[in-house]
Ligand binder design. Structure first.
Ligand SMILES: [Zn+2]
Length: 270
């Protein structure tokens, strides 16, 4: 599943090819994504210039003159830049044709993504309740400590809650809690400010590193069949249940927490 780093890398990869370009046409081959692509998307966006290419949580926002196209990659979606009339392949559901001849092509085998239109992104149902971006200064230990005081939910579920902070997916939550030495089952309101400081530090560091790796892995968004893969990262706990902890050698524990696989070291994390 594309996580925040993949989405951010997609954003920075497509931006130079589409920024300040006018949309000539939107071709929709399959409207039935997670939500139906609006019928009028082509008319609403025609002859409009792409002014800003933004990311909010895992949404890509193409800001035009009169509104915003919201794109989510769902479980299996990807975007790529087509410059050479590459033939349409299976699951290439949408093409956005630009005045410079470039096509922004949306591919999504499982169709859990979405492409929507809004005039007011700030108040849009999908965006209005999102917490701060993890890599901004608004996400800090004062903030996280304050909002945790009335929350007895497990710390792992707390940091994966999009209303608290966006973009901390399952892999990153497992890894950041290990790095900070915090047991993922511990109630959010029982964790001290000093430990939140550590946790915030590692969440930022792990996400920033993933984006950096992505920048080198996904160098090239241009090409007919260049499908972006996901980032190869060194993982300390995720996917390593019942294997020895890399720090102390004890076997890592694995349970489901909120239906998501959770791995931790009972010796190093408390
Ligand atoms: Zn350990």
């Amino acid at each position: 599943m594309p996580e925040l780093p993949e989405v951010e890398t997609t954003r920075s990869g497509i931006e130079p090819h589409i920024i300040n370009q006018k949309i000539k046409q939107v071709i929709v081959r399959e409207r039935r994504l997670r939500w139906t692509i609006p019928d009028e998307l082509d008319i609403l966006t025609s002859e409009q210039r792409i002014k800003v290419v933004k990311r909010r949580a895992k949404y890509l926002l193409l800001e035009l003159e009169s509104g915003t196209i919201i794109i989510h990659l769902g479980m299996s979606g990807s975007l790529r830049i087509i410059e050479d009339n590459a033939p349409v392949q299976k699951h290439d559901h949408v093409d956005i044709l630009l005045e410079n001849g470039v096509i922004l092509r949306y591919h999504d085998p499982r169709r859990f993504g979405c492409i929507l239109w809004t005039k007011e992104p700030a108040t849009h149902e999908l965006l209005k309740n999102l917490g701060p971006e993890p890599l901004t200064d608004a996400f800090n230990s004062d903030y996280l400590f304050d909002v945790s005081r009335k929350r007895s939910v497990a710390i792992k579920l707390f940091i994966m809650d999009n209303k608290v902070v966006v973009g901390v997916g399952n892999i990153y939550a497992n890894e950041a809690l290990f790095a900070a030495g915090i047991n993922p089952n511990k109630p959010a309101n029982s964790i001290s400010k000093a430990r939140y400081e550590k946790l915030v530090h590692y969440i930022k560091e792990i996400l920033a590193r993933a984006i950096e790796v992505g920048g080198t892995t996904l160098r090239d968004f241009v090409g007919g069949d260049g499908k972006p893969g996901y980032f190869q990262q060194t993982l300390n706990v995720y996917g390593r249940g019942n294997l020895p902890c890399k720090t102390c050698g004890k076997l890592l524990k694995e349970v489901k927490l909120g239906q998501r696989t959770t791995v931790w070291c009972s010796h190093c994390q408390h």
